[in-house]
Design a protein around this ligand. Structure first.
Ligand SMILES: Cc1ncc(COP(=O)(O)O)c(C=O)c1O
Length: 387
């Protein structure tokens, strides 16, 4: 079977380099923050060409919490956020007693920037664009509205490391940018981890906050503030340093697989959607996608998934794992209603439309060419017979 994700392949190839990192940390007794973290922070800052500083933290979720805290938002302030996102984006807002103001998405499955201005009200203090699936949000419109109304921008770029808008990396457009280093991300480590991009002034206080108010070098009695433990492990940072060297190669491979799938499907009814993907992939395009997921919108995703997993239904005798992509929008999720304000919309038209249709297929750099061909061929067979 071709699995939707396969973490063993990439990590197997890097085992000896990981071992070097591990042994060097053991020999140096250096496990939390320390030199791999500092190196990673500075290497990522150069990679992203970020004006702000990069801070190693323990997860993307904490990066969002720290950003909202750093933005100085007060309980009751509203943050505009799409509800087609991972729960962490909204959880960070809720935990700080802020109010998520859910906005519908556009056809590219990200926040619809044309709806933004009408969502801004007196309590709105920030926008949280989410660059889902490694596709950038329309950052020029978002920045224009933010500037006009004095709103902070907290970019949830958790799944979008390496993705760009207008030639500039996502995560570096707003006041704060957050990346997840979860193992399944395009740039993931061997456990939890995250990176936060913040302007220098905020970065100083966030570095303190990340480590219970300790300044560096550390002194037990010298707390500067009440903070949290959101430190990045030195070993994970070392693994990330190994992987950063290969990230461009992996992104290029993801983009070429996406292009191969898109070309295979160009004659099908999902062709127009695919054309958009191809447009996005042109070198000089505004959008530089990294395809953390390859998402199709299909009227009957269950039929598609059954077809793909069944190795007897087409001449491609291979079982291919697929999965629904964000099938339950946060705003209408039944289990979350109690914690959302009554004014939260229960129905967002496009968000619901795509939640019923979005399905993802395997896309990772370690797929063999023959597997990519099988996946493309089997999708083509499905669209040749239905949808
Ligand atoms: C859009 C989005 N935001 C935030 C997160 C949270 O990141 P982490 O798992 O590192 O806490 C994720 C992780 O999947 C995500 O996809």
């Amino acid at each position: 079977m071709i699995k939707l994700n396969d973490l063993t392949r990439q990590n197997k190839a890097l085992k000896s380099e990981f071992a070097e990192v591990l042994f060097s940390a053991i020999d140096g007794g250096a496990f939390i923050l320390r030199d791999y973290v500092t190196t990673l922070e500075s290497n990522v800052q150069s990679y992203l060409k970020a004006h702000g500083e990069v801070i190693g933290i323990n997860s993307g979720t904490d990066g969002l919490l720290l950003s909202l805290y750093g933005a100085g938002l007060k309980p009751g302030d509203e943050v505009i956020v799409p509800s087609r996102t991972y729960i962490a984006s909204v959880a960070a807002i809720i935990h700080l007693k802020l109010i998520p103001r859910f906005i519908d998405i556009a056809d590219d499955l990200n926040l619809d920037s044309e709806l933004l201005e009408r969502e801004v009200c007196e309590s709105t203090k920030a926008i949280m664009p989410v660059h889902l699936s490694g596709h950038a949000c329309d950052m020029s419109s978002i920045s224009r509205i933010a500037q006009k109304y004095g709103l902070k921008i907290i970019e949830d770029a958790a799944p979008a490391f390496g993705c760009m808008y207008g030639g500039q990396h996502v995560g570096t457009h707003g006041d704060f940018g957050v990346f997840s280093l979860h193992p399944l991300k395009v740039f993931g480590v061997l456990g939890d981890g995250g990176l936060l991009v913040a302007k220098s002034l905020d970065a100083n206080s966030l570095r303190l906050f990340r480590d219970h108010g300790h300044p560096q070098p550390k002194s037990e009695e010298n707390f500067r503030t009440f903070g949290v433990n959101s430190r990045l492990d030195n070993i994970q940072a070392g693994f990330a340093c190994v992987k950063l060297r290969l990230i461009d190669e992996w992104i290029a491979r993801r983009r070429s697989i996406a292009e191969f799938y898109s070309r295979a499907l160009i004659d099908s009814s999902v062709g127009s959607q695919m054309l958009k993907h191809l447009e996005n992939m042109k070198e000089k395009s505004i959008f530089f996608d990294t395809f953390s997921s390859f998402v199709l919108c299909i009227d009957s995703p269950e039929n598609f998934s059954s077809f793909m997993i069944d190795d007897q239904v087409s001449k491609v005798r291979v079982s291919i794992e697929t999965a629904r992509d964000f099938p339950r929008p946060i705003n209408s999720h039944p289990n979350l209603q109690k914690e959302l304000s009554d004014s939260a919309p229960k129905y967002l038209e496009k968000t619901e439309y795509f939640a019923r249709r979005a399905v993802k297929v395997p896309i990772y750099p370690e797929l063999e060419d023959s597997e990519v061909e099988d996946i493309a061929e089997k999708m083509k067979a499905y669209f040749g017979q239905s949808d």
